[in-house]
Design a protein around this ligand. Structure first.
Ligand code: BGC
Length: 739
């Protein structure tokens, strides 16, 4: 539609119709399958509001979206098509590894491809907007939603933000892309004590330095939508934060897309104690330029009244409606309300072999080898394998936020291994979780459902016994353990980050047999593995690896793929260390570099200050060593770059992929600086028994930091550059910045 026609349409619309465009409802209102997570409450809205609703949450599938589109367009006086929005967070039907695993691939190119193909599937299924990428920087593994984020580093997350947004929107013009809706603006990852939906309180410098860059990168990459956070930031709920949304996001960053509230978050302004009632909440949210109200009655029931009461200028509503109509127009919905969807197109797109191949490659790049004593891995196909654990044959490898993915489409670990050898026998060994209380908290509705997970004592005992017998007869034991799907993800906060007691007991018993033991960890977060590392030989962190998870795990186990994943979240030594992250600020009494010795340094009495595995860490078959780091100059001016070089030496028989990581430390600054911060990285292939020189060009703009007014500052002085295989093990060189 031409802009002039769109403007005319806006003029012709009644206020009711306009308000309708700003209301988003989920499937149950349209007699469609509702796959949304979130509290189900009666909204208290009229049928008229439902008829005029401008967008639909989490209804998908070509047939279903076409039906709802027909139904809704008939109801709309101007036959305006609805927009279908959905949580396509790390894949649609072909599910890629959870984003904390995608992060670990350090492969933005491949991640872009994954988002591109997810957009292909989702758009074929009638989805117009995907609620991703989730770009909350995460420091605290207690928070269940670390699963959805690429990790703890603002620079790396910014690189992924760009890749993800571009991947989604690349083919937008051709009906193949989806609009990216980055979230959750802003700072959701810093919820206090890792408790879900808790508040966020942080310095402005910290916010700008660590939390905002990834969202900003999504805006720069052209993301068409932004979602607010369910939380409050420095005392103001994000959904009504005029300064954050209008001043910063729109005016300073130039974002001119749609802002949508998160699920019921306008209504929740009342619960926050920030609005007196729904009317006040609607007023505050629209003033903060929130365009669409997701799943709450506030806009539906109050916007018109606010205008009638003279509290809200209708122009303000027009601005929001204009943004909604503009995206519908960009999507081409006025010309083709189905946007080219059809069951045939959908069937051709979903789970196609090229997508499965990509999912397998990405999952193998996401897996992080944490330990490999005596080179127990890779396995020899002739070895007799006992595959033990609740994840041995389970297809639930998709993780909590794969709302469209179906476990039945995924490759289990046993199936993956069987592609290499028939010398394997699998058994469950123990339940995934045996805490009734916890299952109830996870949302299991009744005893019947709980008893599907928790076996009775006798059966559990038999399972244990069977596992031990199997292990005794094997050459190598592969343990497939971890968290259950609902233990991670939204509302999956935990204070204990170890495996459950029953799984730990199983590891203990197996370790006594003196067999080679490989542990596969399926989890949505960094777990505490401290008490396990001496009981097993090898550990692979597999995350929720997605549709091709079992195949990718087997590729690593048998050495078809050489592990190259590197952690993007620190793995704690103990739960009490959380939040723990590598780029923390320098303290006055650093544990290993203080004038004090013994007690009075920044440490714990009962655990080291350092994590068990640091950010950037991961092993490969074969080892690459770093040597001969050099800088071309020791003085940098504001006008010029310096070059840093390092030689990577692969003395092994393996072709490796190595991620060389470049970190910076600013020695003296007017705001205390992190001990290290990532400023660049290169993932390179190094053939067996060869060397490769990797170089980085560093510009003054990479030396800036943010002050407590949110200003980006460049200060002259002394810096250290580090290059290494992770944030702990690095070579270092100093240089100075002058005018
Ligand atoms: C989550 C969002 C999600 C939305 C819609 C909320 O509970 O916080 O991330 O996009 O639901 O499903």
């Amino acid at each position: 539609m031409k802009t002039i026609e769109l403007k005319q349409l806006l003029k012709d619309m009644s206020l009711d119709e306009k308000v309708g465009q700003l209301v988003q409802l989920s499937g149950e209102f349209f007699q469609a399958n509702d796959i949304s997570y979130g509290p189900i409450t009666k909204l208290g809205i009229s049928q008229k509001v439902v008829d005029l609703a401008g967008s639909v949450l989490n209804v998908a599938g070509a047939e279903e979206t076409r039906r709802v589109q027909d139904q809704q367009m008939k109801m709309q006086p101007h036959h305006i098509p609805v927009m279908f929005m959905s949580d396509v967070i790390y894949g649609y039907k072909t599910v890629y590894p959870i984003p904390i695993g995608l992060g670990a691939s350090w492969d933005p190119k491949l991640v872009k491809e994954a988002f591109n193909t997810a957009a292909d599937e989702a758009s074929a299924a009638g989805i117009h907007v995907a609620y991703a990428p989730m770009l909350d920087t995460v420091h605290d593994a207690r928070w269940g939603r670390v699963l959805e984020s690429p990790g703890e580093d603002p620079y790396l997350n910014s690189v992924y933000a760009k890749a993800m947004v571009e991947g989604f929107q690349e083919n937008f013009e051709n009906n193949n892309g989806v609009a990216a809706c980055f979230k959750h603006f802003a700072g959701y990852g810093a919820v206090e004590s890792g408790r879900e939906y808790n508040s966020i309180d942080m310095s402005i410098s910290n916010l700008y330095q660590n939390y905002l860059p990834a969202y900003k990168s999504a805006v720069k990459a052209g993301a068409k939508m932004a979602m607010t956070s369910l939380t409050s930031l420095n005392g103001v709920p994000s959904t009504a934060d005029e300064k954050l949304l209008n001043e910063l996001l729109r005016k300073t960053w130039g974002f001119n897309g749609i802002i949508i509230s998160d699920y019921a978050s306008i209504y929740e302004l009342v619960k926050h104690g920030f609005a007196s009632d729904e009317y006040d909440a609607a007023h505050k949210a629209i003033n903060a330029t929130v365009d669409i109200d997701m799943k709450s009655p506030c806009y539906a029931n109050s916007l018109k009244k606010l205008v009638a009461d003279g509290k809200l200028n209708e122009e303000k509503i027009d601005e929001s409606v204009w943004r909604v109509l503009s995206l519908k127009n960009e999507l081409g919905l006025f010309e083709d309300p189905y946007r080219g969807t059809s069951v045939a197109r959908e069937n051709k797109s979903v789970l196609s072999s090229d997508k499965r191949e990509l999912a397998r490659k990405l999952a193998s790049e996401a897996i992080v080898m944490l330990q490999n004593k005596n080179d127990v891995l890779p396995l020899n196909k002739n070895e007799k394998i006992a595959l033990i654990g609740p994840y041995s044959t389970d297809h639930s490898l998709l993780g909590m936020w794969a709302v469209h993915g179906e476990p039945k489409d995924s490759v289990s670990i046993l199936e993956g291994i069987e592609r290499y050898t028939s010398n394997v026998t699998a058994t469950k060994g123990t339940d995934i979780n045996r805490s009734r209380e916890m299952l109830k908290e996870m949302g299991f509705p009744n005893e019947e459902e709980i008893s599907k997970v928790i076996s009775n004592q006798e059966v559990e005992h038999e399972n244990n016994e069977e596992a031990l017998q199997l292990a005794k007869r094997a050459d190598v034991v592969v343990l497939a353990l971890g968290e259950s799907t609902l233990e991670a993800g939204e509302a999956g906060a935990k204070t204990k980050l170890t495996l459950p007691e029953n799984q730990l007991n199983l590891i203990n018993e197996i370790s006594k047999l003196g067999k080679k033991v490989v542990l596969l960890v399926i989890s949505g977060r960094p777990l505490v593995l401290t008490n396990i590392i001496d009981k097993v030989d090898s550990i692979l962190e597999c995350w929720f690896p997605g549709t091709e998870g079992g195949a990718a795990i087997a590729d690593i186990l048998f050495g078809k793929a050489n592990p190259s994943g590197r952690l993007t979240m620190s793995f704690p030594y103990s739960s009490g260390q959380e939040p723990i992250y590598y780029n923390h600020l320098s303290t006055g009494r650093p544990v290993d570099d203080s004038q004090h010795v013994g007690r009075f340094v920044s440490k714990y009495l009962d655990a080291p200050a350092a994590p068990l595995y640091p950010f950037g860490y991961g092993l490969s078959y074969g080892k690459v060593t770093y040597e001969s780091m050099s800088l071309d100059k020791s003085v940098m001016t504001h006008a010029g770059n310096i070059e840093a070089k390092v030689v990577l030496k692969n003395d092994s028989d393996w072709d490796c992929q190595e991620t060389a990581q470049l970190y910076l430390h600013d020695k003296v600054a007017t705001i205390v600086q992190p001990v290290k911060k990532l400023i660049d990285f290169k993932k390179v292939a190094i053939k067996a028994h060869t060397k490769k020189t990797v170089s980085f060009s560093i510009s003054p703009m990479q030396l800036t930091f943010f002050d407590n007014y949110g200003e980006e500052i460049l200060e002259n002085g002394d810096f250290t550059l580090f290059i290494g295989s992770n944030s702990r093990d690095c070579l270092a060189k100093d240089f100075t910045l002058t005018d």
